[in-house]
Design a protein around this ligand. Sequence first.
Ligand SMILES: NC(=O)c1ccc[n+]([C@@H]2O[C@H](COP(=O)([O-])OP(=O)(O)OC[C@H]3O[C@@H](n4cnc5c(N)ncnc54)[C@H](O)[C@@H]3O)[C@@H](O)[C@H]2O)c1
Ligand SMILES: [Zn+2]
Length: 275
Amino acid sequence: MERGDIVGAFGGGVIGDLAGFAAAVLRRGVRFVQIPTTLLAQVDSSVGGKTGINSPAGKNLIGAFHQPSLVLADTSLLDTLTPRDFLAGYGEVVKYGLLGDAVFFDWLEAAGPKAAAGDMDARVRAVERSCQMKAEIVVRDETEQGDRALLNLGHTFCHALEAATGYSDRLLHGEGVAIGCALAFELSARLGLCSQEDPSRVRAHLREMGMKVDIKDIPGELPDAAALLDLMGQDKKVLDGQLRFILARGIGQAFVTSDVPKDTVLAVLDDALRA
Ligand SMILES: NC(=O)c1ccc[n+]([C@@H]2O[C@H](COP(=O)([O-])OP(=O)(O)OC[C@H]3O[C@@H](n4cnc5c(N)ncnc54)[C@H](O)[C@@H]3O)[C@@H](O)[C@H]2O)c1
Ligand SMILES: [Zn+2]
Protein backbone atom coordinates (compact mmCIF):
# COMPACT_ATOMS: atom_id res chain seq x y z
CA MET A 1 0.00 0.00 0.00
CA GLU A 2 1.19 3.47 -0.82
CA ARG A 3 0.07 6.75 0.76
CA GLY A 4 -2.28 7.48 -2.13
CA ASP A 5 -3.99 4.07 -2.23
CA ILE A 6 -7.54 3.54 -1.04
CA VAL A 7 -8.73 0.75 1.26
CA GLY A 8 -12.15 -0.70 0.42
CA ALA A 9 -14.28 -2.14 3.24
CA PHE A 10 -16.79 -4.49 1.62
CA GLY A 11 -18.85 -6.34 4.22
CA GLY A 12 -20.76 -5.92 7.47
CA GLY A 13 -19.86 -3.87 10.52
CA VAL A 14 -17.04 -6.18 11.53
CA ILE A 15 -15.28 -5.74 8.18
CA GLY A 16 -15.97 -2.00 8.16
CA ASP A 17 -14.55 -1.47 11.65
CA LEU A 18 -11.49 -3.60 10.92
CA ALA A 19 -10.71 -2.25 7.45
CA GLY A 20 -11.39 1.31 8.63
CA PHE A 21 -9.01 0.89 11.55
CA ALA A 22 -6.37 -0.60 9.27
CA ALA A 23 -6.76 2.39 6.95
CA ALA A 24 -6.50 4.78 9.93
CA VAL A 25 -3.15 3.41 11.12
CA LEU A 26 -1.57 2.45 7.80
CA ARG A 27 1.03 5.08 6.94
CA ARG A 28 -0.69 7.30 9.55
CA GLY A 29 -3.91 7.17 7.63
CA VAL A 30 -4.89 6.36 4.07
CA ARG A 31 -8.28 7.04 2.51
CA PHE A 32 -10.94 4.38 2.64
CA VAL A 33 -14.34 3.64 1.16
CA GLN A 34 -17.16 1.86 2.98
CA ILE A 35 -19.35 -0.52 0.97
CA PRO A 36 -21.60 -1.83 3.76
CA THR A 37 -23.46 -5.07 3.04
CA THR A 38 -25.56 -5.56 6.19
CA LEU A 39 -28.46 -3.42 7.37
CA LEU A 40 -26.54 -2.61 10.55
CA ALA A 41 -23.54 -1.43 8.58
CA GLN A 42 -25.66 0.57 6.10
CA VAL A 43 -27.56 2.45 8.79
CA ASP A 44 -24.90 2.80 11.43
CA SER A 45 -21.34 1.49 11.47
CA SER A 46 -20.27 2.66 7.98
CA VAL A 47 -21.25 6.27 8.74
CA GLY A 48 -19.57 8.55 11.25
CA GLY A 49 -15.94 7.44 11.18
CA LYS A 50 -15.66 5.30 14.29
CA THR A 51 -13.33 2.40 13.57
CA GLY A 52 -11.82 -0.14 15.90
CA ILE A 53 -11.18 -3.66 17.06
CA ASN A 54 -11.92 -5.45 20.31
CA SER A 55 -9.20 -6.41 22.76
CA PRO A 56 -9.20 -8.91 25.64
CA ALA A 57 -9.61 -5.89 27.94
CA GLY A 58 -12.88 -4.84 26.34
CA LYS A 59 -14.92 -3.95 23.33
CA ASN A 60 -13.85 -1.07 21.07
CA LEU A 61 -10.99 -0.03 23.37
CA ILE A 62 -8.57 0.15 20.44
CA GLY A 63 -9.65 2.36 17.59
CA ALA A 64 -9.55 5.66 15.80
CA PHE A 65 -11.91 8.28 14.42
CA HIS A 66 -11.27 8.03 10.69
CA GLN A 67 -13.92 9.24 8.22
CA PRO A 68 -14.53 7.26 5.04
CA SER A 69 -14.14 9.21 1.78
CA LEU A 70 -17.31 7.60 0.48
CA VAL A 71 -20.08 5.32 1.76
CA LEU A 72 -21.79 3.30 -0.92
CA ALA A 73 -24.88 1.51 0.41
CA ASP A 74 -26.62 -0.71 -2.13
CA THR A 75 -29.85 -1.91 -0.52
CA SER A 76 -30.20 -4.81 -2.97
CA LEU A 77 -27.30 -6.47 -1.09
CA LEU A 78 -29.64 -6.85 1.90
CA ASP A 79 -31.71 -9.51 0.11
CA THR A 80 -29.29 -12.29 1.07
CA LEU A 81 -29.11 -11.46 4.79
CA THR A 82 -30.60 -13.98 7.18
CA PRO A 83 -33.81 -12.68 8.79
CA ARG A 84 -31.96 -12.64 12.11
CA ASP A 85 -29.17 -10.39 10.77
CA PHE A 86 -31.71 -8.13 9.07
CA LEU A 87 -33.69 -7.68 12.28
CA ALA A 88 -30.53 -7.08 14.31
CA GLY A 89 -29.74 -4.16 11.99
CA TYR A 90 -33.32 -3.01 12.36
CA GLY A 91 -32.61 -2.58 16.09
CA GLU A 92 -30.37 0.37 15.18
CA VAL A 93 -33.01 1.76 12.77
CA VAL A 94 -35.62 1.82 15.54
CA LYS A 95 -33.05 3.51 17.76
CA TYR A 96 -32.98 6.56 15.46
CA GLY A 97 -36.73 7.03 15.68
CA LEU A 98 -36.67 6.60 19.42
CA LEU A 99 -33.81 9.00 20.02
CA GLY A 100 -34.83 11.89 17.80
CA ASP A 101 -37.66 11.46 15.32
CA ALA A 102 -41.11 10.45 16.52
CA VAL A 103 -42.54 10.80 12.99
CA PHE A 104 -39.97 8.28 11.74
CA PHE A 105 -40.94 5.91 14.56
CA ASP A 106 -44.64 6.27 13.57
CA TRP A 107 -43.64 5.41 10.01
CA LEU A 108 -41.62 2.39 11.17
CA GLU A 109 -44.60 1.05 13.09
CA ALA A 110 -46.44 0.87 9.76
CA ALA A 111 -43.59 0.16 7.34
CA GLY A 112 -41.16 -1.90 9.45
CA PRO A 113 -42.85 -5.24 8.73
CA LYS A 114 -42.84 -4.42 4.99
CA ALA A 115 -39.14 -3.57 5.11
CA ALA A 116 -38.43 -6.87 6.85
CA ALA A 117 -40.48 -8.73 4.23
CA GLY A 118 -38.29 -7.28 1.46
CA ASP A 119 -40.14 -4.13 0.30
CA MET A 120 -37.38 -2.14 -1.40
CA ASP A 121 -38.97 1.30 -1.07
CA ALA A 122 -39.39 0.79 2.67
CA ARG A 123 -35.79 -0.42 2.97
CA VAL A 124 -34.43 2.55 1.03
CA ARG A 125 -36.35 5.02 3.15
CA ALA A 126 -35.27 3.33 6.39
CA VAL A 127 -31.59 3.39 5.37
CA GLU A 128 -31.81 6.94 4.06
CA ARG A 129 -33.44 8.45 7.14
CA SER A 130 -31.11 6.56 9.48
CA CYS A 131 -28.00 7.82 7.66
CA GLN A 132 -29.36 11.38 7.60
CA MET A 133 -29.94 11.32 11.34
CA LYS A 134 -26.56 9.83 12.12
CA ALA A 135 -24.77 12.28 9.82
CA GLU A 136 -26.57 15.28 11.35
CA ILE A 137 -25.52 14.27 14.84
CA VAL A 138 -21.93 13.42 13.87
CA VAL A 139 -21.52 16.77 12.08
CA ARG A 140 -22.52 18.51 15.33
CA ASP A 141 -20.18 16.41 17.49
CA GLU A 142 -17.69 14.21 15.66
CA THR A 143 -15.60 13.07 18.63
CA GLU A 144 -18.46 12.55 21.12
CA GLN A 145 -17.99 15.45 23.52
CA GLY A 146 -21.77 15.80 23.78
CA ASP A 147 -24.65 15.10 21.41
CA ARG A 148 -23.06 12.12 19.67
CA ALA A 149 -23.70 10.12 22.82
CA LEU A 150 -27.41 10.18 21.89
CA LEU A 151 -26.55 7.54 19.30
CA ASN A 152 -25.79 5.26 22.24
CA LEU A 153 -29.44 5.01 23.25
CA GLY A 154 -29.87 1.46 24.56
CA HIS A 155 -26.14 0.79 24.38
CA THR A 156 -25.18 0.98 28.06
CA PHE A 157 -27.57 -1.92 28.71
CA CYS A 158 -26.56 -3.57 25.43
CA HIS A 159 -22.83 -3.57 26.19
CA ALA A 160 -23.44 -5.17 29.59
CA LEU A 161 -25.61 -7.87 27.99
CA GLU A 162 -23.04 -8.46 25.23
CA ALA A 163 -20.30 -8.85 27.85
CA ALA A 164 -22.53 -11.16 29.91
CA THR A 165 -23.09 -13.39 26.86
CA GLY A 166 -19.39 -13.36 25.97
CA TYR A 167 -19.91 -11.53 22.64
CA SER A 168 -21.28 -14.83 21.34
CA ASP A 169 -24.13 -15.44 18.93
CA ARG A 170 -26.46 -15.78 21.90
CA LEU A 171 -26.94 -12.05 21.39
CA LEU A 172 -26.14 -10.04 18.26
CA HIS A 173 -25.21 -6.39 18.75
CA GLY A 174 -28.39 -5.04 17.17
CA GLU A 175 -30.52 -7.43 19.24
CA GLY A 176 -28.88 -6.06 22.38
CA VAL A 177 -29.60 -2.53 21.15
CA ALA A 178 -33.31 -3.32 20.79
CA ILE A 179 -33.50 -4.84 24.27
CA GLY A 180 -31.42 -1.93 25.59
CA CYS A 181 -33.78 0.65 24.05
CA ALA A 182 -36.76 -1.06 25.68
CA LEU A 183 -34.91 -1.00 29.03
CA ALA A 184 -33.91 2.67 28.59
CA PHE A 185 -37.58 3.58 28.05
CA GLU A 186 -38.62 1.46 31.02
CA LEU A 187 -36.04 3.26 33.16
CA SER A 188 -37.22 6.64 31.83
CA ALA A 189 -40.82 5.82 32.70
CA ARG A 190 -39.87 4.71 36.24
CA LEU A 191 -38.03 7.97 36.76
CA GLY A 192 -41.18 9.80 35.72
CA LEU A 193 -39.54 11.23 32.59
CA CYS A 194 -41.93 9.74 30.06
CA SER A 195 -45.34 8.12 30.19
CA GLN A 196 -45.70 4.41 30.95
CA GLU A 197 -47.26 4.02 27.50
CA ASP A 198 -43.95 4.79 25.79
CA PRO A 199 -42.04 1.66 26.89
CA SER A 200 -45.15 -0.40 26.09
CA ARG A 201 -45.27 1.05 22.59
CA VAL A 202 -41.55 0.40 22.02
CA ARG A 203 -41.90 -3.19 23.15
CA ALA A 204 -45.06 -3.76 21.11
CA HIS A 205 -43.29 -2.66 17.92
CA LEU A 206 -40.22 -4.84 18.56
CA ARG A 207 -42.52 -7.76 19.37
CA GLU A 208 -44.48 -7.25 16.16
CA MET A 209 -41.23 -7.30 14.19
CA GLY A 210 -40.42 -10.68 15.73
CA MET A 211 -37.38 -9.31 17.55
CA LYS A 212 -35.87 -9.99 20.94
CA VAL A 213 -37.52 -7.51 23.29
CA ASP A 214 -36.79 -8.56 26.86
CA ILE A 215 -33.74 -9.85 28.69
CA LYS A 216 -35.56 -13.15 29.06
CA ASP A 217 -35.54 -13.56 25.25
CA ILE A 218 -31.76 -14.13 25.47
CA PRO A 219 -31.10 -17.91 25.60
CA GLY A 220 -29.06 -19.35 28.47
CA GLU A 221 -28.07 -18.18 31.94
CA LEU A 222 -27.35 -14.56 32.77
CA PRO A 223 -25.69 -12.97 35.81
CA ASP A 224 -27.87 -11.20 38.38
CA ALA A 225 -28.83 -7.52 38.33
CA ALA A 226 -25.88 -6.39 40.48
CA ALA A 227 -23.40 -8.17 38.20
CA LEU A 228 -25.02 -6.63 35.12
CA LEU A 229 -24.78 -3.19 36.72
CA ASP A 230 -21.07 -3.85 37.32
CA LEU A 231 -20.67 -4.69 33.65
CA MET A 232 -22.39 -1.42 32.77
CA GLY A 233 -19.69 0.30 34.83
CA GLN A 234 -17.08 -1.11 32.41
CA ASP A 235 -18.75 0.73 29.57
CA LYS A 236 -16.62 3.33 27.83
CA LYS A 237 -19.36 5.91 28.32
CA VAL A 238 -18.41 6.12 31.98
CA LEU A 239 -17.15 9.64 32.70
CA ASP A 240 -15.25 10.37 35.95
CA GLY A 241 -16.62 7.12 37.35
CA GLN A 242 -20.23 8.25 36.77
CA LEU A 243 -22.47 6.04 34.65
CA ARG A 244 -23.94 8.03 31.79
CA PHE A 245 -27.34 7.06 30.47
CA ILE A 246 -29.35 8.06 27.45
CA LEU A 247 -32.91 8.49 28.70
CA ALA A 248 -36.02 9.87 27.02
CA ARG A 249 -38.81 12.34 27.77
CA GLY A 250 -40.89 10.54 25.17
CA ILE A 251 -40.50 8.81 21.82
CA GLY A 252 -38.06 10.87 19.75
CA GLN A 253 -36.85 12.90 22.74
CA ALA A 254 -33.67 11.37 24.12
CA PHE A 255 -31.10 13.19 26.24
CA VAL A 256 -27.83 12.37 28.03
CA THR A 257 -27.63 12.30 31.82
CA SER A 258 -25.39 11.09 34.63
CA ASP A 259 -28.09 11.71 37.17
CA VAL A 260 -29.60 8.23 37.48
CA PRO A 261 -30.08 6.55 40.87
CA LYS A 262 -28.35 3.16 40.88
CA ASP A 263 -31.21 1.63 42.85
CA THR A 264 -33.69 2.38 40.07
CA VAL A 265 -31.39 0.81 37.47
CA LEU A 266 -30.99 -2.23 39.69
CA ALA A 267 -34.76 -2.50 40.12
CA VAL A 268 -35.34 -2.31 36.35
CA LEU A 269 -32.73 -5.04 35.72
CA ASP A 270 -34.01 -7.18 38.55
CA ASP A 271 -37.60 -7.05 37.28
CA ALA A 272 -36.42 -7.78 33.73
CA LEU A 273 -34.46 -10.84 34.90
CA ARG A 274 -37.42 -12.16 36.90
CA ALA A 275 -40.09 -11.44 34.28
N1 LIG B 1 -18.18 1.77 14.00
C1 LIG B 1 -19.41 1.98 14.44
O1 LIG B 1 -19.85 3.13 14.56
C2 LIG B 1 -20.26 0.80 14.79
C3 LIG B 1 -21.62 1.00 15.04
C4 LIG B 1 -22.42 -0.11 15.30
C5 LIG B 1 -21.85 -1.38 15.30
N2 LIG B 1 -20.54 -1.54 15.07
C6 LIG B 1 -19.94 -2.89 15.04
O2 LIG B 1 -20.48 -3.59 13.92
C7 LIG B 1 -20.42 -4.97 14.21
C8 LIG B 1 -21.73 -5.64 13.78
O3 LIG B 1 -21.92 -5.45 12.40
P1 LIG B 1 -22.89 -6.42 11.56
O4 LIG B 1 -24.16 -6.54 12.28
O5 LIG B 1 -22.88 -5.92 10.18
O6 LIG B 1 -22.19 -7.83 11.73
P2 LIG B 1 -21.20 -8.66 10.80
O7 LIG B 1 -20.23 -7.80 10.11
O8 LIG B 1 -20.68 -9.74 11.65
O9 LIG B 1 -22.18 -9.28 9.69
C9 LIG B 1 -23.21 -10.15 10.12
C10 LIG B 1 -23.21 -11.43 9.26
O10 LIG B 1 -23.72 -11.16 7.97
C11 LIG B 1 -22.88 -11.68 6.95
N3 LIG B 1 -23.10 -10.83 5.78
C12 LIG B 1 -22.60 -9.58 5.55
N4 LIG B 1 -23.18 -9.07 4.44
C13 LIG B 1 -24.05 -9.99 3.96
C14 LIG B 1 -24.95 -10.03 2.85
N5 LIG B 1 -25.11 -8.98 2.04
N6 LIG B 1 -25.67 -11.15 2.67
C15 LIG B 1 -25.55 -12.21 3.51
N7 LIG B 1 -24.74 -12.22 4.59
C16 LIG B 1 -24.00 -11.13 4.81
C17 LIG B 1 -21.51 -11.65 7.59
O11 LIG B 1 -20.64 -12.57 6.99
C18 LIG B 1 -21.85 -12.03 9.04
O12 LIG B 1 -21.98 -13.43 9.17
C19 LIG B 1 -20.15 -5.12 15.67
O13 LIG B 1 -18.81 -5.54 15.83
C20 LIG B 1 -20.33 -3.71 16.21
O14 LIG B 1 -19.51 -3.44 17.32
C21 LIG B 1 -19.74 -0.48 14.80
ZN1 LIG C 1 -24.87 -0.04 18.02
